[in-house]
Design a protein around this ligand. Sequence first.
Ligand code: FAD
Length: 320
Amino acid sequence: IEKIQQAAADGRTAFSFEYFPPKTEEGVENLFERMDRMVAHGPSFCDITWGAGGSTADLTLEIANRMQNMVCVETMMHLTCTNMPVEKIDHALETIKSNGIQNVLALRGDPPHGQDKFVQVEGGFACALDLVQHIRAKYGDYFGITVAGYPEAHPDAIQGEEGATLEAYTNDLAFLKRKVDAGADLIVTQLFYDTDIFLKFVNDCREIGITCPIVPGIMPINNYKGFVRMTGFCKTKIPAEITAALDPIKDNEEAVKAYGIHLGTEMCKKILASGIKTLHLYTLNMEKSALAILMNLGLIEESKISRPLPWRPPTNVFRV
Ligand code: FAD
């Protein structure tokens, strides 16, 4: 949070990169090479996810430690309540504390694979609010705490095409405020593709007295199937013009990537123009789309990119 505040005070736009733990050792080493190259562009922080249901706990802890102490980037570790009695939560927090990591993204987590509903494990927490309260009660101000925000409401609250009802959306916002009031310093949002929905969400948060920074989570479209899977899972609204632009090129991987960079750039431009000066990039462990978007925005220098970005979009080809 201090780094984001410092960037704002200096009039700079802050950006951050999110990664997930790869499945193989080779994947982990590749990720670190990529991270080294990306960190050279000066993100405020980088974060590493906590595998669904706690499936990657040890690896996430190990990667977080290496990020903080070997890649030397301000690191935020995600931590969820799924399958986590409080002893395990504290083990994770003590481990990162002893490694000098000071940032946690406190989450409830999704239900473990094969289950529909989140079930509180015995001796564990029911929601992210419990986790935020626990971290503040036990660790004071040591950790900067981030929480998740949902511009379209949490998927559980979304029914059908119309999205969440006003009542469900309002309840979701009220719950977000409780997480912030309990001690969260920062909100990172779920992915979205309708920038107006994000901007309205920020206004709605401000109206109910949420004052902390709200960082938009931007997921560049890297491939069509992944985009459909992810937006289906998160119940994300897709503006008609995006569907229309993707439909004719969905089988052309390079064209989809180029469109994803163009779209990500335009979304970020609109967000930055609204006065919000922080961007969070869901990299999906890939470097080129995230860097190309930042380069298009003038936030990083092309000369510092050590590899060519072959699928930079030709100007004016894709109009959204
Ligand atoms: P919560 O904030 O606890 O809320 C979930 C929903 O329940 C909300 O609708 C809320 O309004 C409602 N709710 C919960 N408790 C109450 C209550 N007491 N009173 C009223 N309403 C309540 N998942 C992973 O497994 N690993 C990750 O690393 C990960 N990273 C993520 C990063 C971001 C930025 C985001 C947006 C999501 C991430 N997720 C991750 C997914 C996340 O775990 C799921 O979306 C999960 O279903 C909800 O987590 P949460 O922390 O938002 O839950």
